[in-house]
Design a protein around this ligand. Structure first.
Ligand SMILES: [Zn+2]
Ligand SMILES: [Zn+2]
Length: 189
């Protein structure tokens, strides 16, 4: 069993290898706009050597911190990600740079990503970072009933109501009355 995010290919026995690892906030170099790891995520994975590549099947569990698009407050969301990835030794094949494609020839139609091995090691970082980013909702909201921010004064309406709504509700009626009054007067005279 391995407890790190990096596995030396030489250490993978024919029967495969189990990986269990805690991933901290700084381990994956997530960007500012990406979800943040709350405390630690737990990774469990199995690594198997095939004829020409290495297969990783794993799960990621824990809490991610998102920012609500309505009220802009940070909130925690549980995450449970299952992933599968294939690694290839692109250095040995003389290929340059990083190349991720979708695998073919699998028995099922599930898309599989190819990742390059780095210095004869399997690195989990890229796979995990990509799956965390993909797991994030396009429009994260802290709760279906989130009231958001007041567009006039910026008050977080989940915390307390502001007085803008009252003013806004009164406004059109007050204007209408002002418009109608003189015309009604002119009609009467
Ligand atoms: Zn919210
Ligand atoms: Zn307001």
């Amino acid at each position: 069993m391995v407890t790190s995010l990096s596995v030396n290919l030489r250490d993978i026995p024919p029967e495969g290898m189990h990986v269990a690892c805690a991933i901290g906030v700084g381990d994956l170099q997530l960007a500012e706009k990406d979800p943040r790891i709350k405390d630690v995520l737990t990774l469990t994975a199995d690594v198997h050597a095939n004829d020409a590549d290495w297969q990783v099947e794993g799960e990621l569990h824990g809490l991610l911190v998102h920012e609500c698009v309505r009220c802009l407050e940070a909130f925690d969301m549980p995450v449970a990600i299952s992933f599968r990835a294939l690694y290839r030794d692109l250095e040995q094949r003389g290929a340059q740079g990083r190349e991720i494609g979708h695998g073919e020839g699998e028995s099922n139609l599930e898309a599989v990503d190819y990742y390059p091995t780095v210095m004869h090691r399997i690195e989990f970082h890229d796979v995990l970072r990509e799956h965390i980013i993909l797991s994030a909702p396009m429009q994260p909201i802290c709760s279906e009933s989130c009231q958001g921010l007041c567009q006039m004064c910026g008050q977080n309406l989940n915390a307390k109501a502001c007085e803008c709504e009252e003013v806004k509700a009164k406004l059109p009626f007050a204007i209408l009355q002002d418009v109608l009054k003189p015309s009604r007067n002119s009609l009467a005279s």
